[in-house]
Design a protein around this ligand. Structure first.
Ligand SMILES: NC(=O)c1ccc[n+]([C@@H]2O[C@H](COP(=O)([O-])OP(=O)(O)OC[C@H]3O[C@@H](n4cnc5c(N)ncnc54)[C@H](OP(=O)(O)O)[C@@H]3O)[C@@H](O)[C@H]2O)c1
Length: 320
């Protein structure tokens, strides 16, 4: 693929920083729009990456920020509302704003990361807003070639999922969890990145919704037990019955950082599993949680990862 100019929205986050490293390593120019460049200076170790302070909700100026790009990737998302962030604005209005801005700026390609279970009729506000955002993006994209990705829960170095459970498991011998029977298919961040990169080079993915799942379906309780095993911990994981699980989510939603909310509890009421294999179009076989979690638990510092990408880039440049 020729070197592209790619703008990332939400490029400072978990998936975004993995994607940025990969794109830079492949020789692309990457511009990351962020609310606070100072908080994400570690990304600047990546050559050919530019961090730009920008409010992505500023519809009037977004086309200027995207002009000249070959592709835009929207990775902006929130797990719960707060601090002025609302699901409807972030997950539904923003994808439309980005699609319209791509049209206005003449950007031909738009990749959008949604979520498995995104439906306007879903039980949680998170999933409903993701579903609405997909529809608004599709309706307003016009000639922009979009691809929507719907991952199940994503794991990998720096994740908030496996690492959070690992931290909790280290604190106590017994961990009671809500919605222990919820079914999920954890997908590796490196595989999600491969799919995004693959879509940049593939016309067959245009105007398609691709579901991304790992190879194994677990219950939430099963994932937590897998995390305990991977971290070398002998722990008892107990599934809380419905009303107690609800109460736990309600209480945790009031704790700073909101480790869980009632809306998360409702999201877990629908299976986070794929109806079709979105990796097949790229010829990719996704990796399993059991094989990878032991390799990164406790070793997921973003700066260390970015240093590794920079070394890889330097190695490539030296040989070309
Ligand atoms: N991680 C998962 O397991 C998972 C599973 C399914 C779907 N997804 C979706 O995949 C995408 C990427 O997920 P992620 O885990 O990488 O997310 P993340 O680490 O939370 O990063 C999201 C980024 O969005 C930006 N952002 C957050 N709130 C914002 C707001 N109110 N206004 C503007 N920008 C805001 C932030 O960028 P700045 O702070 O730099 O502005 C942040 O770096 C999201 O759309 C998410 O919903 C993730």
């Amino acid at each position: 693929m020729r070197p592209l100019s790619i703008v990332l929205l939400g490029g400072t986050g978990f998936v975004g920083s993995h994607l940025a490293g990969r794109l830079v390593r492949d020789g692309h120019r990457v511009r990351v729009l962020t609310r606070d460049p100072a908080r994400h200076r570690e990304l600047l170790v990546l050559p050919s990456l530019e961090l730009v302070r920008f409010d992505v909700h500023d519809a009037a100026h977004l086309p200027d920020a995207l002009r000249g790009a070959d592709a835009v990737v929207n990775l902006v998302g929130i797990l719960h509302e707060g601090g002025g962030a609302r699901f409807r604005r972030v997950h539904a209005e923003l994808p439309r704003t980005v699609a319209l801005a791509c049209r206005s700026a003449g950007v031909p390609r738009l990749l959008h990361v949604s979520s498995i279970g995104a439906e306007e009729s879903a039980p949680s506000a998170y999933l409903r807003s993701k579903g609405l955002g997909e529809r608004l993006l599709r309706e307003d994209a016009g000639p922009v070639a979009w691809t929507v990705f719907r991952p199940s829960v994503i794991f990998g170095p720096g994740d908030q999922f496996v690492n959070r459970f690992a931290r909790l498991l280290r604190l106590a011998p017994v961990l009671p969890i809500a919605r222990a029977g919820a079914r999920l298919a954890p997908v590796y961040v490196g595989d999600v990145v491969e799919a995004l990169v693959g879509a940049l080079a593939s016309r067959t993915t245009e105007r398609r919704v691709l579901e991304l799942c790992g190879p194994d379906v677990y219950t939430l309780g099963g994932i937590v037990r897998e995390v305990a095993r991977s971290a070398g911990l002998r722990r008892l994981v107990i599934g809380l019955p419905g009303p107690l699980g609800w109460l736990q989510a309600a209480v945790l939603g009031l704790v700073p950082g909101k480790p869980m909310t009632l809306d998360n509890y409702r999201s877990l009421g629908v299976d986070s599993v794929c109806r079709e294999n979105g990796f097949a179009i790229f010829g990719l076989v996704p990796a399993s949680l059991a094989s990878l979690a032991p390799t990164y638990l406790g070793a997921g510092r973003k700066s260390a990862r970015l240093d590794a990408w920079r070394r890889a880039t330097a190695g490539r440049d030296a040989t070309t």
